[in-house]
Design a protein around this ligand. Sequence first.
Ligand code: FCB
Length: 482
Amino acid sequence: MSRVTSAVVGSADYRDSGLVFPPGFTFGSATASYQIEGAAAEDGRGPSIWDTFSKTPGKVWNGDTGDVACDHYHRWESDLDLMTDLGLGAYRFSIAWPRIVPGGRGDVNQAGIDFYSRLVDGLLERGIRPVATLYHWDLPQPLEDEGGWAVRSTTDAFEEYARIMGEALGDRVHTWTTLNEPWCSAYLGYGQGGHAPGRHEPAAALAAVHHLNLAHGRAVQALRETSTGTPQYSITLNFHVLRGHGDGGAEAVRRADALANRAFTHPLLKGQYPADLLEDTASVTDWAFVQDGDLRAINQPIDVLGVNYYSTATVGLWDGASAKQMNDGHKPTAGGTAWPGSADVLEFVAQPGPYTAMGWNIAPEGLEELLVSLSEQFPHQPLMVTENGAAFDDVVAPDGSVSDPERLDYLRRHFTAAHRALGRGVDLRGYFVWSLLDNFEWGFGYAKRFGIVRVDFDTLERTVKDSGRWYAELAKTGALPA
Ligand code: FCB
């Protein structure tokens, strides 16, 4: 860490410049299959739960779907050239399970494998490390029809899929990530319902938590058995950085932390579920879905823990009388709860601004705090920021250029935060900006733009934004540009 210089300019507002990142620090960008690929019915791809959900009236803003998205499936080569222009060292993408095993289990679709194989080769030819996520929320619909993540058999199907991918790409992928944000898959998909499959079943949400954890562990083992290269193994979690509000603030934070953070980190990294989580949720489920040997299977060593961070959350105990405020993880609210066992206990309190176009508060200090806290809790676990970025309402100038000073400022402040965490001894290996391209932002459709590259959704033309140019300079020099 000796090469990490101290702050040159700025302090409390995290607007530093000139900071130098350590040699070998990875600068990358991230996307996900359903959000960018399009070609939803091409080359043998089967339907996923997001196809079904987005085509269900009222579920996604404006009735938007991922049918075309950024058309990356056809434009992948020029998108890779764009990454070269931006000087990216790594690209975090996800593999669409329904392209590989359209029925969820059984027959393998070679055309799907070939697409990702070409993508990985294209990245390697350009000197960009492929960081492949197996599951960024597009469950094959036939598996949901059998119960989805609420049933154990989905973990068998996932292991089978992981084995197929390990055999196909395990000679070339640099980092395997099993799951992206299982918090969202479980609680928003099965509890709150704002994400596919849109169910409102608190007990199913907790079963999904366990089955996703188990799927991770089984997939890591399957990937290890089949990968012939020397890939790293990881999982990406979205952590809740919590502040307490009012007299019951500490208790509220404990409960929210158990459900949102420790329900994943403890089984994954310590091989156990926290006792308080089991107690808090006892009225919802008895956790009988946890079988002998599961925790051992879940607790696989990983090379790097992926950290997604956007903002903080403030939580208190609801007094039962006032109108309750809930902020279910910053996604559209859909009537259920993302907090099984605590829905009538917790209250989420509005955050101080400034805010992004998502209404998420901008709090770079939360990223520094999170990275330091994780390295204290799990001292030997290297970390990687696998997502951070911001949506703003971009304006296209008459000459076609996109000046996005707010996004650039957001990134500067969060990179400063990451640098400060490095200075405090955190083993942070790299940083992936969300996102390379404007894309399908789940329940918000195409209304929210996170890209450092603009996509015109009529012409599908790409335009590098000012933030993209700024990031290219950071990636090329390793120092925070002025
Ligand atoms: C994360 C998701 C990603 C994107 C960003 C804004 O929760 O992993 O796909 O939607 O939020």
